[in-house]
Design a protein around this ligand. Structure first.
Ligand code: SAM
Length: 222
C-alpha cells in the first residue's frame, strides 16, 4: 500500500497536515540530544524526510533510514542522490527484525510508523536491543485529542476530508481510509508508555501536540 502512494506521499502529507508535521519533526530532532559522531537509525523512514531533516540540523552524525517499502525508499533515494552525502544511508528491511547488532545505535527515531507495525511491542523490543547504553528513542505518533469537541471535529476531518483529498491526489482512497483506521484503533498513550517501560526503556516522557493529535514519546536506555 505504501509503495502505491509513494509518488505522491510527500505532497499529500504537506497539504493534509498544513505543514504542521514539519514543526513536530523539528521538536523530535531538538529532543534527540545529538552529539558529533552519533549513529541515528530512523525506522519506518518512508521517503526519508526525517533523515534529511536530521542532516540539516547535525551534519556530523551518521543516519540510517530503514523501511520495508521499496517504493517509499526509491523516492527517498532520489532525494539522497541529489544530496550525495556519505553520512546518509537507506536500507530496505523490517523494523520487527532489525539486521543490526545489539548495542550499536545511539539514537532511534520513528515518525508516524509505530502504529503501522503489526506488533509494536516487538518493534519496541528490537529498538531496545540495538540501542547502546545511554541510547535515546524518539517516537512521533498520531493519537486522538482529549478535549471532546476538538476530538469530534478532528475525527470528521480524519474520516471524511483526508480520504477525499488524499484519495484524489494519490488515486488510492483506501490508503487514506487506512490512515483513519490505524489512528482510531492504535494504542492509547498510556499503553505505548507501558510497553516502552515493559521492554526496558526508562525516563519516559510524552509530550502532546495540538491537545493530543500527535505525541512525542522519549525514552532512554540505562
Ligand atoms: C506513515 S509512513 C511514515 C513515513 C515517515 N516516517 C514519515 O514521517 O513521513 C509509515 C511507514 O512505515 C513503513 N513500515 C510499515 N511496516 C514496517 C516494518 N515492519 N518495517 C519497516 N517499515 C515499515 C511503511 O512502509 C511506511 O513507509
Amino acid at each position: 500500500m505504501f509503495t502505491e502512494i509513494s509518488p505522491t506521499y510527500d505532497l499529500t502529507n504537506k497539504i493534509l497536515s498544513l505543514g504542521i508535521d514539519r514543526l513536530w519533526r523539528k521538536k523530535l530532532i531538538l529532543s534527540a540530544g545529538l552529539k558529533d559522531g552519533d549513529v541515528i537509525l530512523d525506522l519506518c523512514t518512508g521517503t526519508a524526510d526525517l533523515v534529511f531533516e536530521f542532516h540539516r540540523y547535525h551534519e556530523n552524525v551518521k543516519i540510517l533510514g530503514l523501511d520495508i517499502s521499496r517504493g517509499m525508499l526509491e523516492i527517498g533515494a532520489q532525494k539522497l542522490a541529489r544530496e550525495n552525502d556519505e553520512m546518509l544511508l537507506l536500507l530496505e528491511s523490517d523494523a520487527l527484525n532489525l539486521p543490526l547488532a545489539d548495542n550499536s545505535i545511539d539514537v532511534i527515531s520513528i515518525a508516524f510508523g509505530l502504529r503501522n507495525l503489526t506488533d509494536f511491542g516487538q518493534g519496541l523490543s528490537e529498538m531496545r536491543r540495538v540501542l547502546k547504553s545511554n541510547g535515546r528513542l524518539l517516537i512521533l505518533e498520531f493519537s486522538l485529542p482529549i478535549f471532546r469537541p476538538w476530538r469530534a471535529l478532528y475525527l470528521l476531518y480524519l474520516k471524511h476530508i483526508i480520504p477525499l483529498i488524499g484519495g484524489w491526489i494519490s488515486g488510492s482512497r483506501p490508503a487514506y481510509n487506512y490512515l483513519h483506521d490505524t489512528i482510531y484503533t492504535f494504542a492509547a498513550p498510556g499503553e505505548v508508555i507501558a510497553e516502552m517501560r515493559n521492554v526496558g526503556f526508562e525516563q519516559i516522557e510524552a509530550r502532546k501536540f495540538l491537545n493530543g493529535i500527535s505525541i512525542l514519546y522519549c525514552g532512554k536506555v540505562d
